[in-house]
Design a protein around this ligand. Structure first.
Ligand code: 0GY
Length: 301
């Protein structure tokens, strides 16, 4: 298939070509726990059912960014533009020298043999996406069955949803077995108060379910005040980190799919970390201890 078959969406911005060097030095062993690889589309075609066509964002660029930002490992999350075809993800994992683990998307027909193959390649979780502009979510019954089936592998479930949908999804999320990880703080409306009803419900979800983790990621998607500090998002991330320091993760979200307002500078995103996790103890949990517990538990002594 030729590269020209995949025309990136016209309103989609490509990742930053030359991010700044972060002033913040991440602790040794830091994990970027939410990023993607896309294509290249002529090798790993985008899914027919995709709702956007991204720019190519191959593994080599991700490794270079990891090193440049001062991180040691990546967790690569399957994005909807690749559907349930995890080949680009697996190719990246297999060429990561053990420095990347993955979160895959699967169909209800996935076999135990296929799950074992994903595990052997470094997959440690399954993503359930409830964002309707991105994907048509499977019925809860099927998702619950998949969540049950992956538990024997020690995997977790990653859930992506937007805050207005939390009330109707709350009971389902609370019923999921094993560890659950929420992407991007459940996408709060940050123009509402951090102590208002909407975010209170999200905090209640974490309080009531000690198996639920939270990625304090993606200020660039949530902010109305914009870069470089995305100051309106900071109180939300800080609140979650302070309340649940053992259940938070951080990621760049490179290459920032679907960004239409501005291109985030990945170095500046890293510089937000000390603003939301002000002590070295919190930074260590956020960037090393918590992601290692989930993705490389065998390396914890
Ligand atoms: C993200 C966010 C987005 C996209 C996806 O799977 C995806 O396509 O997650 C988004 O558009 O909000 O985490 O990358």
């Amino acid at each position: 298939m030729s590269e020209s078959t995949f025309q990136m969406d016209q309103d989609w911005l490509v990742f930053h070509p030359s991010p700044s060097l972060p002033a913040f030095a991440s602790p040794p062993g830091a994990v970027d726990a939410h990023c993607h690889v896309f294509g290249p589309g002529d090798v790993f075609p985008y899914a027919a059912e995709r709702k956007y066509t991204p720019c190519d964002a191959p593994k080599e660029k991700l490794w270079a960014l990891r090193d440049y930002l001062g991180f040691e490992r990546n967790v690569i999350v399957q994005a909807t533009c690749h559907g349930t075809d995890n080949r680009a993800l697996l190719d990246a994992l297999e060429n990561s020298a053990g420095r990347a683990r993955g979160v895959a998307s699967v169909q209800k027909t996935v076999t135990d043999e296929m799950l074992q193959g994903l595990h052997d390649a470094g997959v440690r979780g399954i993503r359930f996406n409830f964002v309707t502009r991105l994907v048509d979510a499977l019925p809860h019954k099927i998702l619950a069955e998949i969540a049950e089936r992956i538990s024997y592998l020690g995997w977790h479930t990653v859930i992506y949803f937007e805050s207005p949908d939390l009330p109707q999804l709350y009971d389902f999320f609370s019923s999921l077995p094993g560890t659950v990880v929420v992407d991007h703080m459940g996408r709060p409306n940050v123009s509402l108060p951090v102590n208002g009803a909407e975010f209170e419900l999200f905090l209640k979800l974490l309080t009531d379910n000690d198996n639920i983790y939270c990625k304090v990621s993606c200020p660039e998607r949530l902010s109305n005040t914009g870069p470089p500090e995305y100051s309106d998002v900071l109180p939300f991330a800080k609140t979650v980190i302070e309340a649940f320091p053992d259940r938070v993760l951080w990621g760049t979200d490179w290459p920032h799919p679907n960004m239409k307002t501005h291109i985030p500078d990945d170095g500046k995103l890293v510089d937000i970390i000390p603003l939301i996790a002000p002590t070295s103890a919190l930074q260590y949990k956020l960037l090393v201890e918590n992601p290692m517990n989930l993705y490389w538990p065998e390396e914890i002594h």
